[in-house]
Design a protein. Structure first.
Lengths: 283, 371
């Protein structure tokens, strides 16, 4: 596809749906924050100050300061990298693993299918957030393990999706033809089937991003994974929560709002992509 | 897939009870009475149970984290860790450990909590009613609002309720539960002063808990006939239950709306309309029944969500349930307690899914034929 066609197609996609455009712009901004992070934050996110504890939002500190006098705006900006990073890597990993497992199960059927299916059923037999808690506690309290836990609880969705998609295509004409042409099973799977199930899987992934962010933030809200003083939205909400009763709302409100904004944009973008790909699913 | 032709028409039956009777009759004719289905479904949970037990075992023993080091605490040296490993039986081969784990489980022994010093099972059972009380109220709230809302939205597409329904679904998918809980606290406690201080299940200074029968304060207060305590317990319950229920509400409302739309566009509704039946009867007696099955199918997901988010909401509102217990255990690296909590939630979830399935076959006998 030439660049011009790409641009035209993108224009068409967003022209249909303004909300998708807004979501894409917000996400581009967040990505920018994630990349530039510390260099555009007005203050050092870890810099405490005894004189400006819990200061109201002002010109000097647009989002106010927290209980240790740290600038909340800077912390919210710097946290973007960690929050998006955890979610993106978890979704990417479960995408790849789920695709591989689901494609194998769907293509080969039989015992492969039964074993993989049973493993996924076992994961789904747990309330997922509770399972994630258990996994992080067992593996040790670290950011990497939050990602692993999020991968595990997301895996069944990708795996089942890929399995179903491969299963329908397994006996289709072009697959039969590829097989007749002397391609081995793995080659048929990788070169002929998987490229066709990637687009719907991508939509799944973008719809799943928001959920992955919420999950990681929920885990850090209860004190798993991210350690203070690291800036991260979930832990910042939890740190700010103690001051609500005395009316200092800004300490929990802004990181929470950042969380909502990110999740909302991913959901809207996912919805937009889905509409584009399959207009029938529009409700 | 083949569907017994009579069954589709069953959804036109005049009365729920008679319909249920017809469902049982239809199933019996097909050679499978209701109880047989329940037994079969009960057997079907065995693989899930085995999976749950195996996975919790692996979570606790086979993964890189070292329980002995956890139990020994931060001040331990290599020798004390080794001795703890021996007393916990962690130096034995994995299969042996697995067998003793199963034996312990069968005796209801989940180990001892480091923080409370009590058996984990005792701790969990003591706190479970509080969590169930919260989740049940949240679920009642969600179903009570979501189903009328979904039905209404489907009858007036693009009307006010439809837009509210859509907005709610969007919000439900984008807001973290804990953040909404905190927003409610700020709004209804700090700004408006309508809600009591969000610190637990009862204002223990002004009231004493009712004598324990079920463990749920609201029910116990009713049993004891203690109306002021009931009022106080409900006042504490309302915010956490609504902030939890709001998220269960969204998927139920969405599925109700979609199922209702589909039912309303089907032939038998057209026939009913053409026959001049009153709108209320068409909606409530004929179309609405077709909503129950899709709703029961999302309930599994809703329960998974409720049991997980309970943890976060209990943390926000200082609710003394199993979730808050688990969070305290997580922070203290209280290994056995977390593991017991995960196991208990998983068992509860398997049980709830079983109930949902049985309910699904009661509302729609087709489930049994397709199963």
């Amino acid at each position: 596809m030439s660049l011009v066609t790409l641009a035209r197609n993108t224009g068409y996609a967003f022209g249909e749906n303004r909300v998708t455009l807004v979501a894409a712009i917000i996400l581009a901004l967040l990505t920018l924050f994630a990349i530039l992070g510390p260099s555009i934050a007005p203050y050092d996110p870890l810099l405490t100050s005894a004189t400006t504890k819990l200061a109201r939002p002002s010109l000097a500190h647009p989002f106010g300061t927290d209980a240790l006098g740290r600038d909340i705006l800077s912390r919210v900006i710097v946290a973007t990298r960690l929050d998006l990073g955890m979610a993106v890597s978890a979704v990417a990993l479960s995408f790849v693993l789920g695709l591989a497992l689901g494609a194998l199960a769907g293509y080969f059927g039989g015992w492969t299918d039964r074993i993989i299916g049973r493993a996924m059923d076992t994961i789904m037999a747990f309330p997922l957030f509770v399972l994630a808690m258990g996994i992080v506690v067992a593996l040790g309290n670290s950011v990497a393990n939050i990602i692993i836990a999020t991968v595990i609880i997301n895996l069944p969705f990708y795996c089942r999706f890929a399995r179903a998609e491969v299963n329908v295509r397994r006996e289709l004409g072009y697959v039969e033809a590829a097989r007749m042409g002397g391609n081995g099973p793995l080659r048929v799977l990788i070169n002929h089937i998987v490229p066709n199930i990637l687009p719907p899987m991508m939509v799944q992934a973008s719809l799943n991003m928001g959920w992955a962010i919420l999950n990681a933030a929920g885990l850090s809200f209860i004190g798993l994974g991210v350690r203070p003083p690291t800036p991260e939205w979930g832990i910042m909400v939890s740190e700010g929560a103690s001051y609500i009763i005395s009316g200092e709302w800004w300490a929990f409100m802004f990181p929470g709002a950042a969380l909502v904004l990110a999740v909302f944009s991913f959901n809207m973008l996912g919805d937009g992509l889905r509409d584009l790909l399959d207009p029938r699913k529009r409700v | 897939m083949p569907i017994a032709p009579g069954c589709v028409r069953l959804s036109m039956g005049p009365h729920p009870l008679r319909r249920a009777a017809q469902a049982v009759a239809a199933a019996t004719m097909a050679g499978e009475p209701l109880m047989a289905f329940v037994w079969k479904r009960l057997l079907g949970t065995i693989p899930s149970l085995v999976g749950v037990v195996v996975l919790t075992f692996f979570i606790s023993r086979a993964l890189p984290g070292d329980p002995a080091a956890f139990f020994a605490g931060p001040a331990a040296n290599a020798a004390s860790i080794a001795s703890i490993r021996a007393t916990l039986g962690l130096d034995r081969p994995l299969p042996v450990q697995f067998v003793s784990y199963i034996v312990d489980l069968a005796q209801g022994n989940l180990g001892r909590s480091l923080t409370t010093g009590q058996p984990v099972l005792t701790d969990l059972l003591e706190r479970l009613p509080a969590s169930l009380e919260l989740s049940s109220f949240a679920l009642l709230f969600a179903i009570g609002i979501a189903i009328p809302m979904g039905v209404w939205a489907a009858t007036r597409i693009n009307g006010g309720v439809d837009h509210a329904c859509r907005a709610l679904v969007t919000v439900g998918a984008a807001f973290p539960t804990f953040f909404v809980g905190l927003l409610f606290v700020y709004l209804f406690y700090f700004l408006l002063g309508w809600a009591p201080q969000p610190l637990g299940r009862l204002d223990e200074i002004a009231f004493s808990p009712p004598p324990r029968v079920t463990g749920a304060y609201t029910i116990d207060a009713v049993i004891a006939g203690d109306w002021p305590v009931l009022r106080a317990a409900l006042a504490q319950l309302i915010l956490p239950a609504i902030s939890l229920g709001l998220f269960a509400l969204a998927p139920i409302a969405r599925i109700t709306r979609a199922a209702m739309l589909e039912a309303l566009s089907s032939d038998f509704i057209r026939t009913a309309r053409a026959s001049g039946l009153p709108v209320r009867k068409i909606l409530m007696a004929y179309a609405f029944r077709n909503v129950l099955l899709p709703v029961s199918s999302v309930l599994g997901m809703v329960f998974s969500f409720l049991l997980g988010s309970n943890v976060l909401i209990e943390q926000v509102f200082g609710w003394q349930g199993v979730g808050a217990y688990a969070v305290a255990a997580v922070i203290a690296s209280d290994y056995a307690a977390v593991q017991g909590f995960v196991l208990m939630m998983a068992l509860l979830y398997v049980l709830l899914n079983l109930l949902v399935d049985v309910f699904a076959t009661l509302v729609d006998p087709r489930v049994r034929f397709e199963g």
